[in-house]
Design a protein around this ligand. Structure first.
Ligand code: ADP
Ligand code: TRP
Length: 329
């Protein structure tokens, strides 16, 4: 079974974009691939979060991923900082990563621009740590968004360099995993393109019906169609895209027809959309509540994931240590 691995940054709550754009697909592939999913709390340290906030972030992500359907018995679900082998491989890979290459990474340049007072070397070597995350499990596939493609390229480069330098075949070159037709972009309801945390337009999985409904009813619309069968402007298309994800197909067809014959009432469309989003979110929210308050369960899950991940990581690290010439006396 091929290995798929993905790291999740430990900041904030999951929104519908994360759910339909990533997580729902992770849930689907748990049976067909050997999956490693982890919370990248070491990477989070680049921005110096307060220790309490760091821990709360990990707690939230772990609870919400479990609530949304990741099964700790099917995949390895773990916390990055629980796997010391990653840090050792990180050191080995750092010797093969050149300063100029790291400085040229787009994400590093962005961070320098955004935060000129915090250009720490953790930021510079962020892609090397990410390569260590991937290579330590000899992962074949990594689902990544556009912003992470360059990091994956660096992981391939370091795998290749390590293998060539030591004349071994320890690390396979990881490839981007493509969810194909399942890949969706979840729009925001404020007319600003995608739903996202930094966009400030998220509808969250932990939110209650009242708060979700309020957000949906406030969605940006226009003055309505004047010609039958006209193309939908972006803000309206966005409502239909969301409806396509959460509603029954005949509901979607009903409102499509209303759009096409110009009798659509946006208030009705939004009410229906709000109802269907709430229906999707409610069972997940209930599980989030239950799981996040179940310290015993979370402890068990984290330990199970840690043990699975350390078993795989230590096997790879052994090969890497032998390759570079570390030998016991
Ligand atoms: P955010 O910061 O908005 O929570 P991230 O950029 O951290 O989102 O992305 C985490 C994961 O969720 C990525 O795999 C990304 O592709 C997915 N994702 C985030 N927002 C959306 C969206 N609006 N539509 C589809 N996928 C999304
Ligand atoms: N850098 C990734 C992000 O910002 C998170 C991440 C860390 C990751 N290590 C990884 C993703 C390894 C894939 C594989 O989203």
């Amino acid at each position: 079974m091929d290995t798929v691995l993905s790291g999740i940054r430990s900041t904030g709550h999951l929104h519908l974009g994360n759910y339909f754009g990533a997580l729902r697909n992770f849930v689907k592939i748990q049976d067909t691939y050997n999956c490693f999913f982890f919370i990248a709390d070491l990477h989070s340290l680049t921005t110096h979060p307060h220790p309490t906030d760091l821990h709360n972030g990990v707690h939230i992500i772990l609870s919400e991923y479990l609530a949304a359907g990741l099964d700790p018995y099917k995949c390895a679900l773990f916390v990055q900082s629980d796997i010391p082998e990653v840090c050792e491989l990180f050191v080995l890979l750092n010797m093969l990563a050149y300063k100029g290459e790291m400085e040229r990474t787009a994400s590093f340049k962005d961070k320098v621009r955004q935060n000129p007072d915090n250009v720490n070397t953790g930021l510079l070597t962020y892609p090397v740590l990410m390569a260590a995350d991937i290579l330590i499990h000899r992962a074949k596939y990594v689902p990544v968004g556009k912003d992470q493609e360059q990091h994956l390229e660096i992981a391939r480069l370091l795998a290749r360099r390590f293998n060539n330098m030591y004349g071994v075949d320890v690390f396979p070159e990881p490839q981007a995993f493509n969810f194909g037709a399942n890949l969706v972009k979840v729009p925001g309801l404020d007319g600003s393109g995608k739903m996202g945390k930094s966009e400030g337009n998220g509808i969250f999985l932990y939110e209650d019906d009242k708060s979700i409904t309020k957000k949906v009813m406030r969605a940006v619309t226009d003055s309505g169609p004047t010609e039958p069968n006209s193309p939908k402007p972006e803000v309206i298309e966005n409502l239909f895209t969301l409806m396509n994800l959460v509603s029954e197909s005949d509901t979607l067809a009903f409102f499509d027809e209303k759009w096409n014959d110009c009798s659509i009432r946006y208030g009705d469309l939004k009410k229906q959309l709000a109802t269907d989003i709430c229906k999707t979110v409610a069972p997940i929210r209930e599980r989030i509540d239950a799981i996040s308050n179940d310290a015993d369960y979370l402890r068990k899950v984290a330990a199970l994931g840690r043990d699975k991940a350390r078993e795989s990581a230590s096997a790879t690290l052994k090969l890497a240590r032998e390759a570079v010439g570390f030998k016991a006396f």
